[in-house]
Design a binder for this molecule. Structure first.
Ligand SMILES: Nc1ncnc2c1ncn2[C@@H]1O[C@H](COP(=O)(O)OP(=O)(O)OP(=O)(O)O)[C@@H](O)[C@H]1O
Ligand SMILES: [Mg+2]
Length: 283
């Protein structure tokens, strides 16, 4: 048992109807309020895994528990209010004639009053700096704008657990920072559990308390970002890379003999501290 687990999967397997074995025994946990990243090369099973967290897909074998309760066809309505998923492809998520209607759809189905729905939609659009898009058709938006609207639609439902599939892909640096800051605040202020699949390796040590590495439908490594990125060979064998700043520290260590320490600093802040120590600058 895991009393503090918001999400737990046990020996999760999934095979698509065409016979593709996408998940091959995934054991995963996320504690309440935890920020967890999932990394892995294309086709490693990240999206398929996230689809299991609110019953979009059901396991071929194994179980998924949300707050200790197994997902079944009977409790799907409750589970979907608890777990929100931001899809990798916003076109799979957006459907209403206007951005406003799209973001209002979820809260409108939760029995809230008209003014409560309006307040939630307005607040959410504001948080993501997209109030000006409210009357536009989602079909006509740019890729990044669609992504922000799809994130807004999930946030507006105030879920306890949010799974995000590549939430910053297609976003410019300002929008990407807005989303990452928002996620940080949701976790810090509201103890929302966040699970993010991402190819943005540089963001992983800034975001995640724990990281899972997927390869061919399995979890091949799990731990803090420091743990996971300290096994440089395993990371590269999985067709992944170190954060850029850690890669630079590796080069300074291997080519220039600089005593950068191991694990290599993963963020600019850590690298700066380490380099100041090495150079004897006072902190
Ligand atoms: N609808 C489908 N039918 C059959 N096979 C599928 C389907 N969707 C995904 N797959 C296969 O399942 C495996 C896992 O795919 P998935 O989309 O979960 O990977 P991913 O880690 O999210 O990849 P990416 O980083 O490219 O988003 C891949 O082999 C993929 O080809
Ligand atoms: Mg994917």
């Amino acid at each position: 048992m895991c009393d503090e687990c918001a999400v737990r999967t046990v020996d999760l397997h999934f095979t698509y109807p065409d016979g593709t074995r996408a998940l091959r025994g995934v054991n995963f946990t996320a504690r309440r309020g935890e920020k967890v990243a999932i990394i892995g090369s294309n086709g490693s099973g990240k999206s398929t895994f996230l689809f299991h967290l609110n019953g979009i897909l059901f396991p071929t074998k194994g179980k998924v528990f949300i707050n200790g309760e197994e997902i079944t066809k009977k409790n799907l309505d409750n589970i979907r209010q608890t777990v929100g998923i931001v899809f990798q492809d916003p076109d799979d998520q957006l459907f209403a004639p206007t951005v406003w209607d799209d973001v209002a759809f979820g809260p409108g189905n939760m029995g809230l009053s008209k003014s409560e729905v309006e307040e939630r939609v307005n607040n959410t659009l504001k948080m993501l700096n997209i109030e000006q898009l409210k009357d536009r058709s989602p079909d006509n938006l740019s890729g990044g704008q669609k992504r922000l609207v799809s994130i807004a639609g999930v946030l507006a439902m105030n879920p306890e657990i949010i799974a995000l599939d590549e939430p910053t892909s297609n976003l410019d640096s300002r929008s990407s920072s807005t989303v990452m800051r928002l996620l940080h605040n949701l976790s810090a202020r509201m103890k929302i559990t966040l699970i993010m699949a991402t190819h943005d390796i540089d963001a992983v040590p800034l975001f995640a308390e724990r990281v899972y590495v997927m390869s061919e439908g399995r979890i091949i490594a799990e731990g803090t970002p420091e743990d996971v990125f300290s096994d440089v060979e395993a990371i590269r064998n999985s067709h992944l890379r170190l954060p850029r700043v850690a890669h630079m520290m590796e080069i300074l260590h291997k080519k220039d003999g600089m005593p950068t320490g191991n694990p290599y600093p993963l963020t600019i802040g850590e690298a700066r501290r380490r380099l100041r120590e090495i150079c004897g600058l006072r902190n």
